[in-house]
Design a protein around this ligand. Structure first.
Ligand SMILES: Nc1nc2c(c(=O)[nH]1)N[C@H]1C(S)=C(S)[C@@H](COP(=O)(O)O)O[C@H]1N2
Ligand SMILES: [Mo]
Length: 243
């Protein structure tokens, strides 16, 4: 076993420090309410408690959207809704963009030179610069983004294993981990169950298809894990907290 390198200043207080002087990001374009059941544990039919009824409702809604989306591609009157059409291959780096950095209000914070990524476990904390993240062992994962809005795209990601980051801060691999975006609001957080944390494919990704992530895909880094809806693949990460 290798000992985690002593990188990042250790602090004993947890501070909400995004490492920038930018004004707080204000989401200007919230995702549709179809996401609420995935990200808000108080929502009826949240993940882990997805009811048959919710699945059925989702399927009916998705079918309805699909009809409108495809119609929007051909019927000029419905053109306005064709943003729902399949976008595979359309976005930068060959992967569609669900929500841009500008729409999320994070363009400044994500590109700030003072950016840091914070990892906490109990009272312990490591604050990593982007260079320090790049110096950790890098791994590839071939994993799709599967959006509940009805598209998915296969991609090759490269970055740091989530479990390596947990171990770096002396965290317990039997704990869930919360990921928090630079973005504020409901869609800024996802909790990764411990079994996904241990999965070697789960990454804090820095690259997509061999290139640095574009800001719309989550630069400086984003979560990417197998078998989870796209909405939980949190972009523009500020920190992760071993719970
Ligand atoms: N911080 C943050 N992360 C986010 C989102 C968001 O709105 N804010 N959208 C999610 C959704 S719904 C999807 S499908 C994926 C899409 O990732 P992409 O835009 O890189 O394709 O990002 C997810 N990560
Ligand atoms: Mo999505």
């Amino acid at each position: 076993m290798t000992t985690p390198p002593p990188i990042g200043p250790e602090r004993d207080a947890i501070v909400d420090d995004h490492g920038t002087d930018d004004p707080p990001a204000v989401p200007r374009d919230p995702p549709p309410s179809v996401y609420a059941r995935f990200v808000d544990p108080t929502t009826r039919g949240a993940p882990g408690a997805v009811t048959r009824r919710a699945i059925l409702r989702g399927a009916v809604a998705a079918a309805g959207l699909a009809v409108l989306a495809f119609a929007g591609q051909t019927v000029p009157f419905l053109k306005w809704i064709s943003f729902l059409a399949p976008r595979s291959g359309d976005g930068p780096q060959g992967v569609p963009i669900n929500r841009t950095a500008a729409a999320a209000g994070v363009t400044m914070a994500a590109q700030s030179r003072g950016y840091t990524f914070t990892v906490t476990a109990g009272g312990r904390m490591k604050v990593l610069t982007l260079d320090q993240l790049r110096e950790m062992p890098q791994h590839d994962s071939d994993l799709p983004i599967a959006c509940v809005e009805g598209w998915s795209a296969q991609a090759t990601w490269r970055g740091v294993r989530v479990r390596d980051l947990v171990e770096l801060v002396g965290g317990d691999l039997d704990r869930d981990v919360r990921f928090v975006s630079l973005e504020r609001g409901l869609y800024a957080v996802s909790v990764l169950p411990a079994n996904f944390v241990r999965n070697p494919s789960s990454l804090v990704a820095l690259e997509l298809h061999g290139e640095t992530l574009t800001v719309d895909h989550g630069y400086p880094c984003r979560l990417i894990t197998p078998n989870r809806p796209g909405v939980l693949q949190t972009k523009w990460l500020a920190r992760m907290e071993v719970l």
